[in-house]
Write a new protein. Sequence first.
Length: 454
Amino acid sequence: MATDNALMMPFSMDAEQAVLGSVLIDHACMSMVQVILRPDDFYLPQHKAIFGVMVEFEAEGSKIDPLTVLDKLKADMVYDEAGGRNYLFQMAQAVPSTANVESYARIVREKARMRGIFTTAKEIANAAQFETLQQSDLSAKVSRLLELSDEGETTGENGVDAFIASLGKKKPRIFTGISEIDRRIGGLRLPSLLTIGAAPGTGKTCLALQIALHLQRNPEGGKAVFFSVEMDEEQIHERVSSIMLPIDYGRFTDQEVTDAAREDIERLLKRIEPRFVLHDDIYAIERMQAVVRREKPAVVVIDYAQIVEQSGTDEGRRLEVDNIIRQCRRMAKQNKCCVILLSQLCKPDRPGRKPTNDDLKETGAFFECSDYIFLLYRPFIYSHDDTEVNDAELIIGKNKFGATGNVKLFFQGEFQRFLGYNKNGPEAPPPAYKPPTQLDFDEIYAGEEGEIPW
């Protein structure tokens, strides 16, 4: 018996007809159904076409009933007058109760999910058998398979009960280490998506590294995964060493690192390696998702959005970036982590103009999907005035949970880091990182599997 027989594919004729019939009877059902289903979730081609017409009418604000839907289906040559009229009215009359339309829709979606798992798994198996699948395409298909699998998972916990139980308890937050920023936003929530936008050379990578490395100063901090699509591993290690030890970054440029400094760097990098996972050879968002699933980090940094790739797509670059941003949002939610997505900003049209949310390149999805937007500004990048070399400002362009506004910063270029200000001037930098000598980090992190210790 052929395992790929179309008749064996999971689907429910009754559920598909009940969904469409409910909408034909009561237009109000469409708003409930559309949250759950897309046209491609229907198995039968005629059902896909009918629901596609309904989606189109809903977007236009047009009335949905058997007559208007039939006229459109006839124009699209899906049905003729007699066959279409009979089928639509038959579906409407066969609906047990429109009150159960959401249940019908979930059955249709679950069958579509099962078909997706079957089809994707079969494609992977066939490609592996005949060795025809490229690595990037394989990563995309595996990521798709995992997404479909995760979609069916539920905790079984009542959402209201869980929320009430959590009230008054300290929840994990990601702190930047810059006091005024942390005061304004109360720490980055988990899960969340933070977009850091800046013009080239402003220091967005330094700021993202600072946030990720701030976890390493706390023995009970979580893990960070850093995807460097722009810089290679050596450049990131230089910046990590400069921020944490600290070491004047000019020593790396001039190749004047002393033996003592080399030993400090080696101890630092080996100590933080289990909790600071660096990848400079992963460019596709699907492979990044697979790494994040495996590592279970608290923070993910992607540097930067405009040069991340999406496997298996022939869409225009704008739509591709849009999809990448949405996948970052999904990555944060599914893995309960903070994803920090870096983005290039457009150059200002006049000197002294500070960046705004509108300067985020290519797509409005940055603003739509981000919980936080940080816009970094350094006047020296535009003026090249040495008196401004340390001046910086962080513009909180979006904070879904509270206040926005501007935070004055001090850029300490020799150590590749930003400092906040207090009433006496720039804040004191954090102390030099001293790796513990008596603590066994493996014992510190001996918690339940998948637990993020804070």
